[in-house]
Write a protein that binds this ligand. Structure first.
Ligand code: SF4
Length: 357
């Protein structure tokens, strides 16, 4: 497994670099307020005309999140995006995020048209878990229950028994462990290790990683803590183990926003994609949010603390796809039927969990 996935991970790095070289920085961040409002009005009119709703991830640029809020869409983590898209009456979902999110929406809402501003927006975790190698690995361990993170292709989900997101992963693994099941976990090794440590479950880990979270370093965070001793450290569990160890709160994007609200600290050092600052600052308007330092301020670090694929979701792309409908998500129906089973399992489990809490 190691050789295969290392190879793919290297490949993923060059794809990231190619995207960055081609696209440069997001153009939206340079918009004047007037131009931004004009674009908002155009997109809003088009969404209404097409009976469409915008579903955006927390890691998108602030303009895209603002637009989703303004037009009655949703800004959330991937679990909530999936639920919102499934339950919303709109005929068309415009998913601002990365490809697996569009695929998940299509699997859960096959009757809806699912568009994305660009189908090129992917994820290093998805790239690092090719279905052929993963299937082979699972077939070699037939007595293991296969649990995959949402950040995987529809084909990988179709091979799984369960899909999880970071907001329900610990509880689902705890549940499976209580049933005495041994678990194959893919693709994020850091999240897998974190869950394994927390639950004590018997888990075999795939060795994928997120190119954004992998850049955070405990040493840099400790240096920052020395500067701001009154600050709390919030960490997403896709970060390396040493970074998780220095955290005051560890959790999914939604859980980190909640932690920002409940922790008494006025200053927060945040180790996840900086896109989260838009909603986190809304939740805690009087607190000071600080980006956790990443490994390199050097040559390879243009993507640090902001996902280059999430950054591909721009206002022009949203308008264009509504007009041209050329970036549509399709999932083979047999594959979708198979992939829906572990997704439905997760949604039912997390709905029951929500009711209990
Ligand atoms: S932030 Fe990481 S996990 Fe999220 S989409 Fe980007 S590469 Fe994938």
């Amino acid at each position: 497994m190691n050789n295969a996935t290392n190879l793919i991970a290297n490949d993923a790095k060059s794809i990231v670099q190619a995207h960055l070289d081609r696209l440069g920085e997001s153009k939206d961040s340079h918009l004047t307020e007037e131009v931004k409002q004009e674009k908002f009005a155009q997109i809003k009119a088009e969404l209404e005309k097409q009976n469409a709703v915008l579903v955006a991830h927390y890691y998108c640029d602030p303009e895209v999140q603002e637009l989703a809020e303004l037009t009655g869409g949703c800004v959330s983590d991937s679990l909530e995006m999936a639920r919102f898209g499934r339950d919303h009456p709109a005929k068309t979902l415009v998913v601002a995020g990365v490809k697996f999110m569009g695929e998940t929406s299509k699997i859960l809402s096959p009757e809806k048209t699912v568009l994305m501003p660009t189908l090129e927006a992917t994820c290093s975790l998805d790239l690092g878990c090719p279905v052929d190698e993963f299937t082979k690995f699972c077939d070699e361990h037939p007595d293991y229950t296969v649990v995959v993170y949402a950040n995987t292709s529809a084909a990988v989900k179709a091979r799984a028994d369960w899909v999880v997101t970071s907001s329900c992963a610990v509880e689902i693994i705890e549940h499976l462990d209580s049933l005495g099941e041994k678990i194959i976990w893919a693709p994020d090794q850091h999240l897998g290790r974190y869950i394994q440590k927390k639950t004590g479950a018997d888990m075999l880990l795939w060795d994928g990683s997120c190119i954004v979270h992998e850049e955070f370093r405990a040493r840099g965070i400790e240096t920052m803590k020395a500067l701001y001793p009154d600050a709390a450290v919030l960490v997403h569990p896709e970060s390396p183990e040493s970074v998780i160890e220095v955290a005051d709160a560890v959790g999914s994007t939604s859980q980190l926003i909640k932690a920002a609200e409940t922790l008494p600290h006025e200053r927060l050092i945040v180790a996840t994609d900086r896109g989260i600052f838009y909603k986190m600052q809304q939740a805690v308007p009087n607190k000071i949010l600080i980006e956790a330092p990443t490994a390199g301020e050097g040559a390879t670090c243009r993507s640090c603390a902001h996902c280059p694929w999430m950054a591909m979701n721009e206002l022009d792309g949203i308008l264009e796809v509504l007009q041209k409908k050329d970036q549509e998500i399709f999932v083979d129906s047999a594959l979708a039927t198979r992939a829906k089973l572990p997704l439905d399992r997760m949604l039912s489990f997390s709905a029951a969990l929500k009711q209990q809490n």
